[in-house]
Ligand binder design. Sequence first.
Ligand code: NCD
Length: 323
Amino acid sequence: MSKPPAERTEQLRADGSLRHLLTLDGLSRGMVESLLERAAHFSRPFNEPAARSTALRGTTVAIMFAEPSTRTRVSFELAALRLGADVVNIEVQLSSRRKGESVLDTVATLEAMHVDGLVLRDAEADVPDLVAAHVADHVSVFSGGAGSYSHPTQGLLDALTVLQHKGRVEGLRVAIVGDVRHSRVARSAWRAFSLLGAGEIRLLAPTALMPDTHDFAGCTRHDSLATGLTDCDVIMALRIQKERMTEADIPSEREYFAQWGLTIDRLKYARENAIVMHPQPMNRGVEIDSAVADGPQSVIRDQVRHGVAVRMAVLEQALVRQS
Ligand code: NCD
């Protein structure tokens, strides 16, 4: 379930520049920092107009998501449009993939229509790598989430959110809370925060939702909010991913909230100025109480805002050579 693709596709060009973004695993700290710096340049306060450029004029980006999405899909689309690219969305449920066409045949069709960038989301962890291994030299592939394995732009937007609120990731104590086992968001956040020098990354989950011991190297593991949240600077709550579970994994929502729900009272275990994150979609009253999600320590809306900025930085970095 958290298995990485059997064959990893090279993400960098021979000159070390970014061609595809499939995972944060293996990227250098310098590469991640330069993407975040560029994303910070594109990020604007809520009350200001969005950043725009014409860097991708003449470039075509296709977005093909085989799993539901609101934020990731829309923010990739807005990012491409605000850089001046043409954008097409392929409704997988309405496309020939429903008739049994293989993903590689669909991609070959898009290539014949001069698509330069492909953004993919799939329940199978290896689909973005597989496509990246087969596309023409001028085409770049971006993962918008692959199984439980990877969600690299989410990891970057989470890092940018921490940087903008805390000024650094270095040395911070981070708690990742909830369904860590099934979460590609947690895996990419762990990569990003580790690369940027987080002091401690804690996983807080009931046994059934804790990842296997070989996974998440270097993280500490906690079986209660009371011990796990103590002195944390950053709290990342995760959605219970019922779609990736068997019935047996899931306690009732009421039981889960009683033990693991992030409430105002439980937030007090963490540092007073701790920030609260959630990738959304949220199950209010299950993994997080509305008073926390909408409260003064929540940076959840900033995560969404930074999602567009990060995706602009990534698309620009990989595709600008084509234009
Ligand atoms: C997440 C995802 O799809 O991995 N959402 C997102 O992209 N912001 C998290 C989730 O579905 O729980």
